[in-house]
Design a protein around this ligand. Structure first.
Ligand SMILES: [Zn+2]
Length: 487
């Protein structure tokens, strides 16, 4: 079994074959840090985080770079408006982005490469393009001459005639042709600049990606990802720059693009009043609910973000989390067979173990099929139903230690792939101390109830609830669990 992935360049699913051994070089277009991270970013970066987590678990040695566009028109404009420097502004919002990604359990990026750290590489690449006749200087600007690169538009399928028609609206007398794009922009008063062979100026947008990727990966590499709005002109321009520069084809073997995020059926936009930053969303929903909502859709599918949908997602996630907790609780009750005679598995154990391994295989098969998290998670719901039937309620059965241990191990793998079921995993001394403290509080609450001090009992319950710890009283005693519901 191999991983299949949909390649925007060839418009079909292909078998994943790394260019070198099991090494995968992967680049995803990063943010322009001039404002807070929004839900569209969260969708894209969670999608690629999940893909990279999966590829690593699948045994690939992934080197994942995200660039940071820390100089561009938006940054210059916002720095002026807020009376700060471009550098300070970019640093502030890059750090905000890291905080948001941390909250969403996005950890897979190996290297964040800031455009302004690669000015010499950018200049060298532009010089090569001029030498090879693909670029020209004009009044301190350098442009890529699109019609010199015959295959321009092969990723998006845009043809030069359409391009020219579209670009004709913006007349720029420095350009030879309206469709040409800037590799280097001449300095304007009040803007940051770097020295170059063509005078003071700053890099264009597309060139930073190829300068960075060619620095770390060489002329060709495996996977390039990004949001769907980047296919044209950004990624088509990257292909033109890199292939013109190196003469090697293809620049990137697999191009992966995510689906759009809409809000209440419309494109998310500040002007429509439906704009959500990640921080807004985390004020209202737990990070687990938000992440689950986004991974419970195939990465190429568009997503419609509504309060109802995310509340449904939260409940679904809680169901899976409860099953995982149930498995762990049962496992803690059963004695480990270590150092003892092996126990013969009963028919019920065998049956449970068969469900377990069938659903595990189905999960992996779905993930192998272009990272179909929707289908993979659908199998977890079916597994959850089978587990709940056997471990809880009136149909409760005793399941052997080794089967429970295998179930727990599977859930850990699901969690590592999806970036879920991890947040409440308390382990080691700290985790044990924490559990004992919660148990102690529950004992104090119990004593308070016995002496009819209900105010004290409620105070403890409410305080724990504010920490997302929910108490469940039943005839068997009091249990507690984490809740994904926002406090
Ligand atoms: Zn990019």
């Amino acid at each position: 079994m191999t991983v299949q992935l949909y390649n925007t360049l060839t418009r079909k699913k292909e078998e994943l074959e790394p260019r070198i051994g099991n090494r995968l070089y992967m680049f995803v277009c990063g943010i322009t840090p001039y404002d807070y991270t929004h839900l569209g970013h969260a969708k894209t970066y969670i999608a690629f985080d999940t893909i990279v987590r999966y590829l690593r678990i699948r045994g690939y040695d992934v080197f994942y770079i995200q660039n940071v566009t820390d100089i561009d028109d938006n940054i210059i404009k916002r720095a002026k408006e807020t009376d700060t420097t471009e550098k300070e502004l970019a640093e502030k919002f890059f750090n905000e982005f890291l905080t948001d990604m941390e909250a969403l359990n996005v950890h897979s990026v190996d290297k964040f490469a800031k455009a302004t750290d690669y000015i010499p590489e950018i200049l060298a690449q532009i010089e090569t393009l001029i030498e090879k006749g693909y670029a020209y200087e004009s009044n301190g600007n350098v442009y890529f001459e699109v019609r010199k690169f015959e295959e321009f538009g092969k990723l998006s399928g845009q043809i030069l005639d359409e391009l020219q028609a579209g670009a004709r609206i913006e007349i720029d007398e420095n350009k030879r042709n309206p469709e040409d794009f800037a590799l280097w922009k001449a300095h304007k008063e009040g803007e940051p600049y770097w020295e170059s062979p063509w005078g003071k100026g700053r890099p264009g947008w597309h060139i930073e990606d190829t300068a960075i990727s060619m620095t770390f990966f060489g002329d060709q590499y495996d996977i390039h990802g990004g949001g769907p709005e980047l296919i044209f002109p950004h990624h088509d321009s990257e292909i033109a720059q890199a292939e013109a520069c190196s003469g090697k084809v293809p620049f990137v073997k697999y191009w992966l693009h995510t689906g759009l995020l809409n809000v209440d059926g419309e494109k998310m936009a500040k002007s429509l009043g439906n704009f959500w930053t990640v921080k807004d969303a985390l004020n209202e929903f737990s990070p687990e609910a938000l992440r689950f909502f986004l991974v419970y859709a195939h990465y190429r599918s568009p997503i419609d973000f509504t309060r109802e949908q995310i509340e449904d997602a939260r409940k679904s996630y809680q169901r899976l989390q409860d099953t995982y907790n149930l498995i762990r609780r049962e496992l803690a009750k059963v004695e480990s067979p270590e150092g003892k005679e092996p126990v013969r598995l009963t028919d019920m154990d065998e049956e449970m173990d068969t469900f377990r391994s069938d659903y595990y295989d189905a999960f992996i098969t779905a993930m192998d099929d272009d990272f179909n998290t929707r289908e993979a998670i659908a199998n977890l719901f079916k597994l959850s139903t089978e587990v709940n039937k056997r471990l809880a309620g009136t149909t409760r059965q005793q399941i052997a230690y080794e089967v429970l241990a295998r179930l727990e191990a599977d859930f850990k793998t699901y969690g590592r792939i999806l970036g879920l079921f991890e947040q409440d995993e308390l382990s080691g001394v700290e985790g044990e101390t924490f559990k004992q403290l919660v148990d102690l509080l529950l004992e104090i609450r119990d004593d308070a109830r016995k002496t009819k001090n209900f105010a004290e009992a409620d105070r403890i319950r409410d305080k724990l609830k504010s920490m997302n710890i929910v108490i469940e009283d039943s005839v068997e005693g009091t249990n507690w669990k984490y809740s994904t519901e926002k406090k």
